[in-house]
Design a protein around this ligand. Sequence first.
Ligand code: G1P
Length: 296
Amino acid sequence: MNRKVTKAIFPVAGLGTRFLPATKSIPKEIMTLVDRPLIQYAIDEARAAGIKEFIFVTSRGKGALEDYFDHAHELENTLRKAGKDDLLELLRQTNMESGAIAYIRQHKAMGLGHAVWCARRLIHDEPFAVVLTDDVVMGEPPCLQQMIEAHAETGGSMVATMEVPLEKTKSYGVLDVAEDMGAIVRAKGMVEKPKENPPSNLAVIGRYILAPTVMENLNKLKQGAGGEIQLTDAIADEIEEGRDVYGLRFRGQRYDCGSKAGFLQATVAFGLARDELKDEFAEYLHDVMAMRKAAE
Ligand code: G1P
């Protein structure tokens, strides 16, 4: 029986320079798709997957992110007095239990692997999840839950993966496939952002379930692609050392909310998924496209 995954690390220390000037004063994780900040999507997905402890790796200037998880007592009282039960319920759903959240500071931007390593003292001998909030995944069941279910069968470490055009592989961690079992592949290697000769077109997206030995590999603090300490390298070391690493072809759509184009696509997709918005919004999009066509 594989151990249950109850802890998740959320590396949220990044500066978000691609979204300047907005990120001058707000953390990018607070940017909203429709009406929910990116971090809320990540938390909801983790909770649905049974995560109980949420570890945020933050940095200077992320105060608004920490405040976001405080209970808004004054606001709740006002809503209660005004009889706005629906809004109260909405806030209640986002409240986190005291003690369920931990914040660790990454003092220097040294890469994703380094950010995860900063949380090492909170991870013991259990497998843990890593969720990158830039990657928003629309899927049912949610992506992390699909992974936890698959991981309960396979054990080892697991990354979420999707097929991308070969020329796009240089933006991702890429799997070298040993065995393709359909939804699940077993990896014989993993390369971070290969400049040439990608081992496959299976890209890693920001959802991981990792064996505790990955933290030991991160202890080596080895510099990888871009001079950074890469999570991908620490996972590849698992394979070198004879432990299993799997990729799960998750069911769902991933949006790269770390890029402007991806963020806009996600806004459209999540807008169209809302019952209260979808008709009006779809009609608007339709009209915009028709006007574009007519102008051509
Ligand atoms: C990170 C990982 C990369 C992964 C990607 C998914 O890269 O290092 O392996 O494929 O997330 O979004 P980043 O996009 O942060 O450069």
